[in-house]
Design a protein around this ligand. Sequence first.
Ligand code: DAH
Length: 333
Amino acid sequence: MNKIDLDSHLSESLAAIEAARDLESLKTLDTELLGKNSATTSAKKNLGQLDPEERKVEGKRINEIRDQIQKKILGRKLVLAEEENSLQLENERLDLTELDLGHRLGHRHVITQTWERLEDLFVGMGYTVAEGPEIEDEWHNFGALNFPLSHPARDMYDTLYVDYGEPQSTLLRTHTSPVQMRVMESQEPPIYSIMPGRVFRSDTADATHMPVFHQIEALVVDRGITFADLAGTLDAFTSAYFGKDFVTRLRPSYFPFTEPSAEFDIRRPDGTWLELAGCGMVHPNVLKAGGLDPEEWSGFAFGFGLDRLALMRHGIDDLRELFRNDHRFLSQF
Ligand code: DAH
């Protein structure tokens, strides 16, 4: 190959390399331009026919050309690899707009819906929402609520104790009533608060019991609060939550922390009664434990089982269904 031929070979080669569209064709070009059968390799073989001076110049020239071709291939290789890489990323990218999101979007669990609906309702009546710890001390869960030590009423609650401190001094709260104490400790009356939360009892799971369940507590402390305020509040709650054709009644009952105490029932449109909550006037000892003078302040309290409300509202007959996390079941609500 003479000098002119080598020059045009170089420029043609560079153009061909630049024109390579993918790594595959670049590889073919590499073999073609630098391999055994390449123009430059055969030009090298022919060097022997030249005289020594010419051979030196021509040899150097051929090497320079091979160098340039090699560099060009390398540069192009980097560009193509980068392109192929981002093309692959692009292909592997999930196109989320293709998903039927309207169908797959989750929603709140039916217990959470009930919880939030109750909060909304009471907030609408001027109540604040408070919360307390799920791990409680014996005093807040029992003592301050006027459960005398070793009183059988404590046995009504199948308490789960936590192995911490003195034996039986720390427990998983058995009801939301201890939050009444927490509220009295942290704010001055007037108090109009609800306290929803998780509670725990050592119960075997069945259609109507779970070892972990939910309650919503209410506490009102103000001047001159009477039993009529309690009855009126429960009435207002019932028609707001269930509708106008539900009727309420109060039956005498016993809780250590209220005096007098009552059970709160509602009558459903079909005439059957359902027990919904315990309630009563806050016991003077409880007000005292909360640092309040029972001569100055009075109040009422009540506590609902939240899970039962959810079951009732949706006509679910087995509490355990709510916690199996079967999507087909939960998605109905
Ligand atoms: N804490 C009671 C329970 O879990 C329910 C209860 C009864 C709450 C009467 C109250 C109340 O606030 O006044 O069985």
